[in-house]
Design a protein around this ligand. Structure first.
Ligand code: SF4
Length: 327
């Protein structure tokens, strides 16, 4: 039996197909995310994410702008899914996350994208905003694994997740890449329409950590397994960096890899929202780094848009690109 990536073991044992069926059943009264819309998506009913029975894909490509151990030298096999369980007023991907660019794909076609990305040499399959179509992804994965897929999955999520749904991914996902976007409820509700985001986000990230542990980065510089947290610094302290870093240090481990992102740009509705209508200042970004440092969090990456040095303990040069990044 094959042990790596984890889903191959599940595929060989038949548990991947079983998990896919369990997940698909949830679409009859959808409870895939904290919104729990309870609509029958298999009959075409739509909830907050406006997604029916099929995944909608905007694009797929080798992506060279993710964190260095995810993009590596040959790129991360990114699949950008349309629509989202969040509605961030500043989303830089709003054309497909909110305005439905892309088209519906059936599971065999999605499986084909995965295999094609592997054939292009990508290090992994990077599922960008997968939460609302997780069952369709698992069904596709069964097909793809049968067709020779053998690179790990990156579950690249905005972090508004139900723990019981994350539990279904145990033994399937090797690399979790969640946002920890907010430390407080009010900004999460106001700017992302995501009630109780910190509560669900922290529970889900803790479970991800329990499943895959600290990022395991090989001698080749490529991540094999583990958790990488993204924290996008918003203007005026709206991301609640102190709360997020305290949680990571006290509830996970100070060894956790954190990607501290400075790339915030006022896209979409943000120019009309006074407090979100500008980029993050150098001072605000430095403050976020000081907070991270104060909790002894020494693994991860900073962005270089301000010409800042990487921080102590980083062993891979940080070089996130600012375009085409997931928000
Ligand atoms: S995945 Fe979509 S339909 Fe299902 S609970 Fe979440 S927002 Fe509602």
């Amino acid at each position: 039996m094959r042990n790596y990536p984890s889903y191959l073991k599940a595929f060989d044992a038949g548990t991947l197909a079983q998990r896919s069926k369990e997940a698909f059943a949830l679409l009859e009264s959808c409870v895939l995310c904290p919104r729990r819309c309870r609509v029958n998506r298999l009959k075409g009913e739509k909830g907050f994410c406006r997604t029916g029975g099929y995944a909608r894909v905007c694009s797929y490509m080798p992506h060279h702008g993710e964190e260095p151990p995810i993009s590596g030298t040959r790129g991360s096999g990114a699949i950008f899914f349309s629509q989202c369980t969040m509605a961030c007023a500043y989303c830089q991907n709003y054309e497909f996350s909110q305005e439905r660019s892309g088209r519906e794909v059936q599971e065999d076609e999605l499986a084909g994208f995965m295999v094609e990305l592997q054939e292009m040499g990508c290090h992994n399959i990077n599922l960008v905003s997968p939460t609302h179509i997780m069952p369709q992804i698992l069904k596709s994965l069964v097909i793809a694994a049968g067709n020779g897929l053998q690179i790990p999955l990156v579950y690249n999520t905005g972090g508004y997740e139900l723990p019981e749904i994350v539990a279904l991914l145990d033994g399937i996902v090797d690399i979790y890449l969640p946002d920890m976007r907010y430390g407080r409820n009010a900004p999460a509700e106001r700017y992302s329409q995501a009630p109780q985001y910190p509560y669900y986000n922290q529970k889900a990230v803790k479970l991800m950590h329990q499943q895959v542990g600290v990022a395991d980065i090989g001698d080749d510089g490529i991540i094999k397994r583990g958790l990488v947290i993204r924290h996008l610094v918003l203007p005026q302290g709206l991301s609640g960096t102190e709360t997020v870093m305290r949680f990571v240090a006290s509830e996970l481990t100070t060894q956790t890899y954190i990607s501290l992102m400075s790339q915030y740009t006022p896209y979409y509705h943000a120019p009309q929202i006074q407090e979100l209508s500008r980029r993050v200042s150098l001072e605000e970004y430095e403050d976020a780094q000081k907070i991270r440092d104060s909790y002894g969090l020494n693994n991860g990456w900073v962005q270089e848009s301000f010409g800042l040095e990487r921080f102590a303990g980083v062993h891979i040069k940080p070089s996130l690109s600012k375009d085409k990044e997931k928000q």
